[in-house]
Design a protein around this ligand. Structure first.
Ligand code: ATP
Length: 291
């Protein structure tokens, strides 16, 4: 974890120092402060009164939180409490689910990503995603990563250099340097997941969303992914869903606890959540009284 102090409830009025370009806009501050908020870091993502529905079922209820840039934010909570739904709402992956409906704001660099003028494809260029099960394409290792560039229109110039850089950042280059033309499907599960991470970071996003990226992996591969996540946060903002509380405690700077009913119950520095949570139900969850 990186060292970041500061209180749990703050309202940011400052803009992010990073580009944001087409996503930047004026920021308005509502009366009710969101949970979390920046301390040493600036806010890069902010949800305000975010509700998500699947048909008539409400999966998230009025989620307000601020996610700091270049840190690891973990989303934890029991099954079905809406962690993946929240993650997918950040880069509009819920758009792909017919019955899903989103109300409220989800701001990236202060701009609501649900505004009509936001192109979801451009958004996903800035906010990449890695899924639970490694899902490399049936292509070579090189092509798997180059695909990430091509699909994002970033295959101009030095594709080979960009592929190698992405593989290096994903801590995979050393292991595959001599077999870039071999199929990505021939790699181990852990290597496949790092290949997917390389594919996600090749177009140079600002945020990487990870939905239980290590849950299908053995302990050694999991440990490599955890080390990698911490390294990635030196350059990117990472938001990670995990069922594994020890993992959240090990690798995240901030932890958001969602509980049944799709509510965000507590969001604070990870040390605080695990050592001295404010909410009794969070304490019960952390100590394993319910799962
Ligand atoms: N595509 C979908 N269509 C309809 N309902 C859905 C869909 N995806 C999720 N839900 C419902 O939304 C609620 C939240 O689900 P979500 O997957 O976000 O929770 P989660 O906390 O990530 O769960 P888990 O830890 O089991 O992955 C659940 O009641 C789930 O059944």
């Amino acid at each position: 974890m990186t060292a970041n102090g500061g209180g749990p409830r703050t309202v940011s009025t400052s803009e992010s120092s990073r580009s944001g370009s087409e996503f930047e806009s004026d920021r308005s501050v509502s009366d009710e402060a969101p949970l979390g908020g920046p301390d040493a870091s600036e806010t890069i993502l902010e949800s305000r009164d975010l509700d998500v529905f699947y048909g008539d079922e409400q999966a998230l209820q009025s989620i307000s939180m601020e996610i700091p840039e270049q840190q690891v934010t973990a989303l934890i909570g029991p099954s079905g409490c809406g962690k993946s739904t929240f993650l997918r709402s950040i880069n509009r992956m819920n758009d792909l689910i017919d019955v899903a409906r989103v109300e409220g704001d989800l701001r990236f660099h202060g701009k609501n990503v649900y505004d009509e003028d936001v192109d979801p494809v451009a958004l996903r260029r800035k906010i990449g995603m890695v899924f639970q099960k490694p899902n490399p394409f049936p292509k070579s290792i090189f092509e798997n990563v180059a695909y990430g560039l091509r699909v994002q229109g970033k295959d101009d110039g030095d594709v080979e250099g960009k592929v190698r850089t992405a593989l290096e950042r994903a801590a995979l280059l050393d292991e595959v340097e001599d077999q870039l033309d071999s199929s990505g499907l021939d790699l181990s599960g852990g290597q496949q997941q790092r290949l997917c991470i390389a594919r996600a970071i090749a177009p140079d996003p600002e945020v990487i969303l990870m939905d239980e990226p290590a849950s299908a992996l053995d302990p050694v591969a999991t440990s490599k992914i955890e080390d990698l996540v911490e390294e990635l946060a030196e350059e990117y903002t990472v938001v990670i869903v995990t069922h594994n509380m020890q993992q959240a405690a090990r690798i995240s700077d901030k932890t958001a606890v969602f509980l049944t009913g799709g509510r965000l119950v507590e969001f604070d520095n990870t040390n605080k959540i695990f050592e001295n949570p404010e909410n009794e139900r969070v304490e019960d969850y952390i100590t394993g009284k319910f799962g």
